[in-house]
Design a protein around this ligand. Structure first.
Ligand SMILES: C[S@@+](CC[C@H](N)C(=O)[O-])C[C@H]1O[C@@H](n2cnc3c(N)ncnc32)[C@H](O)[C@@H]1O
Length: 417
């Protein structure tokens, strides 16, 4: 989700009281009016002015903001978005509900009936767990998060299955025993990985930190932890399954499954066009062999690359370079994990020669892809624009250590700007 631009408000009210007002009848009516004004195309300032007349200056901004956040949440949260109470921060942190449901179902299939959502934010996981049939203890140290989760559980008719608890997850995990935490037999932990608007790359600086992640995995076997997709494999404890999930060509989450749920060493999951594809391995399969560039180049899904399972999806394919995640083979790949491009030319990286080649081919528009090269794809694509009517995919990479360009035909429908 993108960062929001702030909406002007006339006073800094208590955020929890403000949320309580937004949930009440006056707030509900104000948000409905704001949504209508936004739907009618009114801009921020005239929209706020109209709202002020109805609800007063200090309420207009929050109502406008919530209507805007719900509209932004709608494509991901569907009809739920119309009743969810959200803040810009919690919407930014929220995972995808369909993936939260998938995680919830897997935890319950491992025998859990009560689950602690450790760091509930706006309650995406709490809602998915309760809908899947769990009784949930939703924990957060932030009072705004607790108010949001309580409100959202109630708005969706799930309040009887949700208890909201003010606590520090570090303390709860330190006290976990007999496979249980916060009185529950399973847990979801989604540490905050941003601070001060910046991504925290060091897991020791997540909140709660890495030490709490490993302690939870050790103490509560039926557990799932959301981690950064770039997490170093070396950090994954023995016996813990690590899974990378990608949707639409991007990794959307990386998960560590506790020992009571783990069934493999690494898993890559791809959700595309409503279908779920999985590749897994019980041991490290090692890298694909390296070989010369052949007639076709394959770009693997990023979750497949991160999981280290690339060598499993194309038996006859080889890497173009030991350090680069491009595969090559004699034919197109029949695999949802790979996008295939027919290679027409392979040449050392040289802008002048590349331009001349594309002109000679009548190529006027290119999509540039790169791996292992410092070039800026958009800049190079502009530099390569020409009068020709044809298009091509230009891949700038390293082949056997040397900066190389592969000119490829795009497969029909695969050329995206
Ligand atoms: C990334 S968000 C969780 C997002 C949520 N799973 C979702 O999909 O909407 C992390 C949450 O953990 C809470 N948190 C961070 N450290 C905590 C701690 N030590 N104790 C309790 N809550 C904590 C934050 O306040 C925040 O609400």
């Amino acid at each position: 989700m993108r960062q929001s631009c702030p909406v002007p408000t006339d006073s800094p009210p208590d955020p929890v009281a403000q949320l309580a007002w937004l949930r009440g009848p006056e707030g509900t009516a104000a948000v409905r009016l704001a949504a209508q004004l936004q739907h009618d195309g009114l801009d921020l300032l005239p929209g706020i002015a109209r709202l002020r007349a109805g609800v007063g200056p200090e309420r207009a901004g929050p109502a406008w903001e919530l209507a805007r956040l719900r509209a932004r949440a709608r494509p991901v949260f569907g009809d739920d978005a119309d009743v969810l109470l959200l803040t810009a921060d919690t919407l930014e942190q929220a995972g995808r509900p369909e993936l939260a449901t998938r995680r919830a179902i897997r935890l319950l299939a491992a025998g859990a009936s009560s689950v602690a959502d450790l760091g509930c934010a706006a309650g995406t996981d709490t809602i998915a767990l309760a809908r899947a049939g769990a009784s949930v203890v939703a924990v957060d140290r932030d009072p705004v998060a607790r108010e949001l989760t309580a409100a959202n559980a109630e708005a969706l008719g799930l309040a009887p299955w949700v208890r909201v608890l003010a606590a520090d997850v570090v303390d709860l995990v330190a006290a976990a025993a007999d496979g249980r935490v916060a009185g529950c037999d399973a847990a979801v932990l989604d540490p905050a990985r941003r601070a001060g608007g910046r991504r925290q790359l060091d897991p020791d600086r997540w909140s709660p930190p890495w030490s709490t992640v490993t302690a939870l995995l050790d103490r509560v076997p039926v557990t799932v932890v959301k981690v950064a997709p770039g997490l170093d494999h070396e950090r994954v404890p023995n016996g813990i399954e690590a899974e990378w999930v990608s949707v639409g060509g991007s990794i959307v989450e990386a998960l560590l499954w506790g020992r009571g749920v783990s069934t493999t060493w690494r898993r890559a999951t791809l959700v595309r066009d409503g279908a779920v594809h999985e590749v897994s391995a019980d041991d490290d399969p090692g890298p694909a062999p390296v070989g010369p560039v052949r007639g076709w180049l394959h770009e693997p899904d990023p979750g497949l690359i991160r999981s280290g399972l690339m060598s499993l999806v194309a038996a006859d394919a080889t890497l173009v370079d030991p350090t680069i995640a491009y595969l090559t083979s004699d034919g197109p790949a029949e695999s949802p994990w790979l996008s295939s491009y027919r290679v027409t030319d392979v040449l050392p990286f040289n802008l002048r020669k590349l331009k001349a080649l594309l002109r000679a081919r009548g190529v006027g528009r290119v999509v540039v892809k790169k791996r292992g090269s410092p070039i800026e794809p958009e800049t190079l694509a502009r530099q390569l624009r020409g009068p020709g009517n044809d298009s091509a995919v230009v891949v700038v990479t390293r082949v056997a250590g040397a900066p190389t360009v592969l000119v490829c035909d795009p497969l029909p429908g695969r050329l995206s700007p």
